[in-house]
Design a protein around this ligand. Sequence first.
Ligand SMILES: [Zn+2]
Length: 141
Amino acid sequence: MLLTRAAVRIRAFCTYPRPQRCAWCHKPLVHDFAVHEWLVKRSGTRMKSYTPDGTQVHDLIMLPQNQVLMHHSCHDTWGQTHKAKRQSLEEAIHFQSVSSIGQWYVDLWQKHKLSVPVGDFNEGLLPLDPFQWYEYLLTVI
Ligand SMILES: [Zn+2]
């Protein structure tokens, strides 16, 4: 099922415990927020709509494991920086288990055969199993 951008925003906002905060500045979020895909970017999978097993790529990456909330201004200014990736990882782990994130990430490649997304953060992580992924996360946070 392909969710609209608005539905994704509402689901992400409701998923996080209150008070929701910005992954960048940690100030409260009220009405002004963006859903930031912190690990696998839509732009990195833009050319593919479906995986080889017929799953919509959009449905695989627009999930809480891959999303944090940010103010629009923080997202627009800092969202694509390496520091934002680190802070988003910390924020995601605050609300999601590392094993949940790791299993989701590994499933993208091993179960759904999604190719490596563009971005230096993802280099070298392709064949990791969930335990290896967990160890990797511990080294970067
Ligand atoms: Zn902010």
